[in-house]
Design a protein around this ligand. Structure first.
Ligand code: ARG
Length: 472
């Protein structure tokens, strides 16, 4: 994290030199070059502009609160011959792994094999990994539950009539949460709806039918988790070291004992981070057992008990050259309780350019330094419009729709090496929403070179889809 206008926080080295003992965050200095583990993933600036993925939107108004569960989310020719050989291997692998849907668990790539008559969102699982039924639920404005069915062919709100805590729990479980947190009733202006069948069958999309109206036009707003409201909200303006409890969802991902990347808790069992934290050419990084996750702490010298990683899922269209789709999902070995996750944005939620947002991390605090910060650092950043960020003087077309620039074009306020994978959060309705995942930048804090984050709003379908497929 780079703060040109504020006091520089103590660097890892300066604190280490004061005879503090580093139990789990060893001093890089006492190690020889060959012993040093990289604790951040080097990221060259992308050179090739990349294509993108897009999603769209809807509107609604919020009404009465109906219940709240007690606990949070439990909650030359030689050269060309070589190329030909590579191509043959690649084609072979392509045939072998068939589908574009692959997931990494250790070194394994998993395929999703679908029946020829596979139908999406009909409530019947036709694919071995369930991809046909994993993109049928989303949340609209005010957390309006929207369900896609094969019959409707589009996302429609669900009538509140007949809704129960048990259906709410089952729907949230389908989405990868442990249970539901709250249900609201919305006054809808939609012209088509889904109404609940008399009994719930496995998935919400399998349990509804198209309907032209709802009694009293009331639809369901569903919360699967209390989120985005930290226990501590005092803020040091322009400050640097974060107070304990301010950013509870911040995760520190340790690779073989070293802080390597940040992450964000978004549900009791799930961490969102960056795909580039797991370089695919180094298989050790893909092995879940090499990683340890610490959540909610503000000092690398006071580590809470760790979580293990059950599975690492990297975006199948992540492009290491352009950094397009730089996102990954970690499933923890056990649910996190009593730590508030950050909220995932709802479908169509936008944070306007100029919104005040914050990014946090344990990354380096001075340019060129090769060690991270002991303390969790925070910095306020402005969201920067895509067109502005793509200007010739800024990133000249390197920014795709799945990226979000944030910082200050004047320089100075930025994340940096070691912050990768960590959160960019923006506040709306008194809750902090995960808007970006720290991804890359040309240097740190440089004029006209703001930080680049993965655009969570544009990657929501992927996130919800994977959370469904990997649900605990
Ligand atoms: N790629 C870096 C990492 O692995 C994050 C870089 C962010 N850079 C920036 N200027 N915001 O930690």
């Amino acid at each position: 994290m780079e703060y040109r206008q504020t006091d520089a926080p103590p660097s890892y080295d300066s604190v280490m030199n004061q005879n503090t003992s580093p139990p789990s965050y060893p001093s890089l200095q006492v190690l020889s070059a060959t012993q040093i583990q990289p604790y951040y993933i080097p990221q060259p600036t992308p050179q090739i502009p990349a294509p993108c993925v897009v999603e769209t939107i809807s509107t609604q108004r919020r009404h009465v609160l109906s219940y709240k569960s007690k606990r949070c989310c439990y909650g030359g020719s030689g050269g060309s011959a070589f190329v030909v050989v590579l191509l043959i291997i690649a084609v072979g692998l392509g045939v072998h792994y068939g589908s574009s849907l692959w997931t990494l668990s250790g070194k394994d790539k998993e395929t999703d094999i679908c029946t020829p008559s596979s139908v999406n969102c009909d409530g019947k699982r036709d694919c071995s990994r369930g991809s046909d039924e994993s993109r049928c639920v989303r949340f609209g404005t005010a957390n309006e539950l929207q369900v896609m069915t094969s019959k409707a062919g589009s996302f429609l709100p669900v009538c509140a009539q007949g809704w129960s805590k048990s259906i709410a729990d089952q729907t949230c479980q389908q989405l990868g949460f442990r249970q539901s947190y709250a249900v609201d009733v919305l006054q809808s202006s939609s012209s088509a709806f889904q109404s609940l069948n008399s009994r719930f069958s496995n998935t919400i999309q399998g349990s509804v039918n198209i309907s032209s109206s709802c009694p009293l036009q009331q639809t369901v707003s569903l919360w699967c988790c209390d989120c985005g409201r930290p226990p501590v909200s005092t803020r040091i303006i322009g400050g640097a070291v974060a107070a304990e409890g301010q950013w509870p969802w911040q995760a520190s991902l340790h690779f073989r004992g070293y802080h390597t990347c940040g992450g964000t808790l978004v549900a009791p069992d799930f961490i969102i981070t960056a795909a580039h934290c797991f370089p695919q050419e180094i298989s050790d990084y893909l092995l879940p057992s090499n990683w340890q996750v610490y959540i909610g702490m503000v000092s690398q010298l006071k580590l809470p008990s760790s979580y293990n990683v059950k599975k690492i899922t990297i975006h199948e269209n992540y492009d290491p050259d352009t950094k397009n789709n730089d996102i990954a999902l970690l499933i923890l070995n056990r649910p996190v309780s009593n730590i508030q996750p950050a909220c995932l944005p709802v479908f169509g939620q936008t944070f306007s350019p100029g919104s005040k947002c914050w990014t946090t991390g344990f990354g380096v605090t001075s340019k060129g330094s090769d060690s991270g910060s002991i303390f969790l650092m925070e910095v306020a950043v402005d969201l920067i419009d895509l067109a502005v960020c793509n200007k010739p003087t800024v990133y000249n077309g390197l920014i795709t729709e799945t990226m979000q620039c944030a910082g200050d074009l004047m320089g100075g306020k930025d994340s940096c090496q070691g912050d990768s994978g960590g959160p960019l959060v923006c506040k709306a309705d008194d809750r902090w929403y995960l808007t970006g995942v720290t991804s890359w930048g040309d240097g740190c804090g440089k004029k006209n070179h703001p930080g680049v984050y993965s655009n969570v709003g544009r990657l929501l379908t992927w996130i919800h889809g994977k959370m469904q497929q990997e649900r605990p």
